[in-house]
Write a protein that binds this ligand. Structure first.
Ligand code: HEC
Ligand code: HEC
Length: 210
């Protein structure tokens, strides 16, 4: 099964692909090829489900996370998932488990896993706080330009809609306080002039977005 996706890709592309995608640009090319071809897409999803087994315990079988401090991977943009592995692997993003895991995944693993999780829907979860109009106002003035009016993101920006409130709050505090666990993130300058309360409000709003 491991080789199936690559064999199919090489067969369909007519030209021999490089041994594995090396950069985000390679990944984009490979992803577009896969997504435009039903057979490749099916193979990638099956491959990802197999290679992603050890992620299920925390991120859930379908990418809806099992704990509120763990992000959903379901419906997340595949390219964002792929680039976050790079960040964990090169140390610009740190997490006890993820940093260790990321170094052990091959490029092919990362692609298949990213595609598998990205095509699963997000299941609405119980959130510990209510949505609120202050958060909505902030979102609509400061966040939509990059994350989109529905917070589903794009190829460049992550989806944030429906993430667990706890994960959103934790992450926004890391950006605000320039925590080395997520250093050099463009988000740090975005939130620089916001208060902790404003970030909690916007996190509550985003958590409830479908
Ligand atoms: C023991 C629990 C655990 C396991 C197992 C685990 N993760 Fe994670 N993962 C986490 C936590 C916690 C975070 C959030 C880290 C942070 O706050 O920066 C995370 C973050 C991520 C992110 C970043 C998502 C985002 O929204 O920024 C990706 C991608 C990811 N994990 C993929 C995987 C994959 C793929 C596997 C399996 C190979 C895996 N994880 C296994 C706990 C886990
Ligand atoms: C200039 C574009 C831009 C704007 C404006 C922006 N973001 Fe982001 N956001 C990003 C990028 C890029 C990332 C990925 C950062 C990374 O990889 O560290 C991100 C990441 C995030 C994450 C982490 C996602 C995850 O899964 O870990 C959250 C939460 C977030 N943004 C919330 C917000 C909120 C709330 C606002 C409005 C107050 C906002 N963003 C405004 C570009 C932006």
């Amino acid at each position: 099964m491991k080789q199936l996706l690559r064999t199919l890709l090489t067969a369909i592309c007519c030209v021999a692909l490089p041994a594995a995608a090396e950069t985000a640009e390679d990944m984009l090319v490979e992803m577009n090829l896969i997504q435009n071809n039903t057979a490749l897409m099916q193979a990638a999803v099956e491959d990802g489900r197999e290679r992603g087994q050890l992620c299920f315990r925390c991120h859930g079988d379908d990418g809806n996370s099992k704990r509120d401090y763990i992000p959903n991977l379901a419906s997340q943009n595949a390219l964002y998932l792929f680039t976050q592995f790079e960040h964990f692997a090169n140390g610009s993003r740190k997490d006890y488990v993820m940093s260790k895991l990321a170094g052990h995944l091959s490029k092919d693993d990362r692609i298949a896993i990213a595609i598998y999780f990205s095509q699963n829907p997000v299941t609405p979860r119980q959130q510990p706080v209510e949505s609120n109009p202050r958060g909505e106002k902030l979102y609509k003035s400061m966040c939509f330009a990059c994350h989109g009016s529905d917070a589903h993101g794009s190829q460049q920006y992550p989806r944030i809609a429906g993430q667990p409130y706890e994960y959103l709050e934790l992450t926004l505090m890391k950006f605000l306080h320039k925590d080395p666990e997520r250093k050099n993130s463009p988000m740090s300058s975005v939130v620089q002039n916001l208060s902790e309360q404003e970030l909690k409000d916007v996190a509550a709003y985003v958590a409830h977005m479908p």
